[in-house]
Structure formats: C-alpha cells, structure tokens
Design a protein. Sequence first.
Length: 454
Amino acid sequence: MQLPTAFIEKYQKLLGEEAPAFLASFDQASYSGFRINPLKPGLPVASLEQATAKAPHVKTGYYGKVNGNSLDHVTGWVYSQEPSAMTVGEVVAPQPGEKVLDLCAAPGGKSTHLAAQMQNQGLLVANEIFRKRANILAENLERWGAQNVVVTNESPDQLEKHFPQFFDRILVDAPCSGEGMFRKEPAGIEYWNPDYPAECANRQRKILASAMVMLKPGGTLIYSTCTFAPEEDEQMIAWLLKEYPDLAVAPIKKTAGMDDGRPEWADGNPELKKACRLFPHHFKGEGHFIARLVDQRSSQPEKKKKAKKGQSLDRNFQLSKDEKNLVNDWLNTMIPDLKVKRMVKFGSQVYAVPSVMSSLVDLNVLRPGLHLGTLKKKRFEPAHALALALHASEVTRVVTITEDEWHSYTHGETLSGHSEEKGWTLLNCQGHSIGWGKVVNGTIKNFYPKGLRN
C-alpha cells in the first residue's frame, strides 16, 4: 500500500520503535466479522458455520464473512461488521429501559448493536445528518427487527433543541480522517493530507458540544473514531475534560491486543490511559479509538414535558378514531399480545412510537418507531418491518415455506399449494420471519416490498 510520505513520517515520530510493525500492518489483509442478533428467536446456523473464530471481545461477535443474499442476512439474523468497530457497542453497554442517542449513526452497525442490548425497551434515537445515509440506516434497523428506535435526519445543533439533558447515554462515533480504515478502504488515502485531522477535529468539537447539551446529568458519553490521529483522539478527550470540568474518563475493560490511550500524545493527563486504542499490529481488526466519559453532575429528577391543554405531543400525526380502530382490529386478530401505547400516522403510514420519546413536532424523522403498516381505503396493510420484528410464536396465522419457496417469494412470485385459512399470514422459513402474504384460494399473494426483490 502506498501511504503518503507525511503520514509515514508522522507515525514514525509518534510510535518510535513500534512504527515498522505498525506501517507493515497496512500491507496485511483486513479482517471481516459479523454479529448475531439476539432479538431473533434462534441461532443463525448457516452463518455460524462460515465463522472462522469467535470474537472474544464481543458477546455476539464472530470473525468471518456472511453472504449478503443469505436468509440469515436478509432477515436480520446477522449484521456484517468489522471486528474493531464491534468493540464500540460493547463499551456503550446500554441497559434496557434507558434513553440512548447514536448521534452519527449511519450505516447502522453500532445502532443495531445498541438496539440488541436494549432488548426493545426504552428509546434509541439513531441520527444521521445526510439523508441518503439516513435512509440506509433506517433500512438496516428495520431488517434488524428493532422496535424501540426512532431514526432522525438532523444536524446535531438542530437535534439539541429537541432533547436538552435528555439522554442517559450518547454515542458519538465521529466522522473522522479515517486513517484506521486505509487497509479496508484504500480510497480514503486520496483524501488524506497533513491538515485533514485538524479539520476533522474542528467538526468533532462542534458535534461534541451538541452532545453535551443533550446528555443528562449523571449520563455517559462514549466517543469513538476510526483514526489513529491524536488530534482527533486523545487531544479531543483532553479538550472535553477542560471544556466540561464535570466530565471524568471512565476505564474501559481491555482484552488481549487492546492498548491504553496515550497521554503523551495530548496534554499528559494520565486519565487518558483509560481510553482504548486498537492498532492493527496488535489487534485483529482495523484502527479504532474509544473513550468513555461520565458526567459527574448529580442526576436530577426527570421533568416530563406536558403538552399544552388540548394539545398532544403528536399533534399533526394523530389517527382518527376509525383509523385507530381499523389498525387495532387487525393487530388484535393477528398479533394479540402486541400492545401499542402510542400510535402515529405519517401520511398513510402508521407507526408505534416508543412511549418515552419526546414530541415529534418540528423534528425531521424518517422512522418514528416500529412501522406497523399502511392505511388504505377501509383496510390496513401490514409493513414488512413489522414482519421482521416478530417471532412466529407471536402471530396467530403463520405459513411455513421451503427455502426454494423463499427464493421465489423474494423474486416477487406468488406461492401455490397452500390450503391455509384465507387472509393475512406471516411467512416463515427455517424459523426466520420473512414477510407477509395473503392467502386467497390456496394461493399466497406476494407482499414482499418491490424495492427489495431480486
């Protein structure tokens, strides 16, 4: 790999005798990995057979590649993620019932990890400033089957207006110079120049300032990058500690191959050793930096915002009484144990919003919760996302199909030879919920989304 001369000289100076091994690592193959989804009802046996090793630093992580067209991947039983990046979700360690923000969330690897740990309880806001990437984020979270996630498409400075001192945990996986990904994505080298890390650091400080507005007293901030640059790593944490005196660095449990942060690359504060560095010449993965900080202000009793008299938090998004009855009748028939406390309508699309979510008004939301389905003339049509979020045991009507039939279904074909009761049914293949069908005279009409068909 042809690294920039200035990059080589910089890390020769910083790493000293370690530099030759560090620079040689860029000519070695990158590592692939994946996580399994504990929100699903079983193990992805086919994908696990392709794993080369268990990732010892991540409970649900493995080394190896997954097939993006496989049943496991298409139905959200696995997520392909680089092994070092998996470490971040383990450090965040959100608890069920908490309010969590993934501020720079696309494409969704870390958000899916957080959602799985939260077990569909509490609230995860997954935000992405760029619309195209935000759409990909929403798609990945829907495939994962996450029910407690709101996907927003806002800049951090706009988002802070909606969530002052709101979140228990905030992850800032900051946009960075990407030095740690050169091996996996060599095109990133073209963008690098000696001033690029400092430019990225300016942007990161603004993002972190917004994150601090949204962090609850007593909350936890996790900052991560995929770069080696001290300007974006230790020096950023040193800046945070000076700018926000109530913050303290919390230790990160390190496994084999993980390095301490390097105080000598910042202001010498020994607390920076508690951060975690992943170097490719020490760790089986790409380059990463992670720091966990705790806000030591005493937490205050939560003040719940009340809507003005006669006004709902979800004004502009409310269903009529007839629409709500239509949706509830369908849910009660098909998924009797699914109780939706807060239901909203975006156009003709109906969502179940996490109950602790603040107002949706004046917020650019792509996915305000679990997508339940579409209101049509005097009928309700369930969403594909709802199917992927369900286990077969939760649904009153289920048809089990073969893998060959699954391939036909994903091509958009109808399925014949099924004499099940007419009406809506969840389709299941090898324990995987794969989508909805509608049985008419023994034939299953196909409702697999056209944009996903192959």
